[in-house]
Design a protein around this ligand. Structure first.
Ligand SMILES: Nc1ncnc2c1ncn2[C@@H]1O[C@H](COP(=O)(O)OP(=O)(O)OP(=O)(O)O)[C@@H](O)[C@H]1O
Length: 249
């Protein structure tokens, strides 16, 4: 089982993405260098519009940078053809979307194993059982998403992101729509999957309490990493965000 000493899971070098051109151009991600360790829950925090969603989409290979590189282990996502990227991404990266993105006509089980089918990977019943137990979603396996609460759907979405045993899971506001209790459960599960399963998770959040579950918080402003906090508390995260206000353009 992995722990915080596992090697770097994801690397970004010189990652840059600009939307638009001329006077209206916005550089959402601006020459970002990152080394995301394995076995650690990393939170990305920063002001609205600072480029957090763009960053995690680039890291997941869901979007292409203008320049720079993303490496997941030995696989360079940037520079692959679309077809090859889809293959590699399905194997090495999991993504938890803001709105869950579950398929309403499919059961929880079928939603969870869909990435295995799409990537022609073998079913692993033991791993599925481990995830189902960890996330407490036994009853959700035979239900459709519309029969589940938001928190249950989110846990199914997390199982779907973990089912291929990706090196990295990226999550955009995984607790955005959830109440305090459901948020705490999801965050505990994500932290457990890092600590006990050696997973690496990077999550965008606006919530200092959510960020305090992380081992490390990246402070993001103006498309750049402006600092980080190790072993964060809600108080140290708030202080870090206050300091960021000084560097916002
Ligand atoms: N598809 C797009 N086309 C043009 N501009 C975009 C696009 N997506 C994002 N932007 C701009 O890029 C900047 C960064 O946006 P992004 O969504 O990455 O920020 P964010 O930090 O995730 O914001 P929030 O916290 O509000 O979700 C913003 O100025 C936004 O307006």
């Amino acid at each position: 089982m992995g722990d915080a000493t596992t090697p770097v899971a994801l690397t970004a070098r010189g990652l840059t993405k600009t939307y638009g051109a001329g006077e209206g151009a916005v550089t959402a991600v601006d020459h970002v260098d990152l080394d995301i360790p394995g076995g650690v829950l990393t939170a990305v925090m920063g002001p609205s519009g600072s480029g957090k969603t763009t960053l995690v989409h680039l890291l997941a290979g869901l979007d292409r940078p203008d320049s720079g590189e993303v490496w997941v282990g030995d696989d360079e996502l940037t520079g692959l053809s679309d077809k090859k990227l889809a293959q590699v991404r399905g194997r090495v990266v999991g993504f938890v979307f803001q709105g869950f993105n579950l398929i309403q006509t499919m059961s929880g089980r079928d939603n969870i194993v869909l990435p295995l089918r799409l990537n022609r990977l073998p079913q692993d019943e033991a791993w599925l059982a481990t995830l189902v137990e960890m996330l407490g979603i036994e009853r959700e396996l035979d239900r459709r998403p519309y029969e589940m609460s938001g928190g249950q759907q989110q846990r199914v979405a997390i199982a779907r992101a973990l089912i291929t045993r990706p090196r990295v899971v990226l999550a955009d506001e995984p607790t955005g729509n959830l109440d305090t209790h459901a948020s705490a459960q999801i965050l505990s599960h994500l932290r457990t999957s890092c600590r006990e399963l050696g997973q690496s998770v990077v999550m965008v959040t606006h919530d200092p309490t959510a960020a305090s579950y992380a081992g490390r918080v990246l402070l993001f402003a103006n498309g750049r990493v402006e600092g980080h906090i190790t072993d964060p508390t809600p108080e140290s995260v708030l202080a870090g965000l206050d300091a960021l206000a000084g560097v916002e353009r």
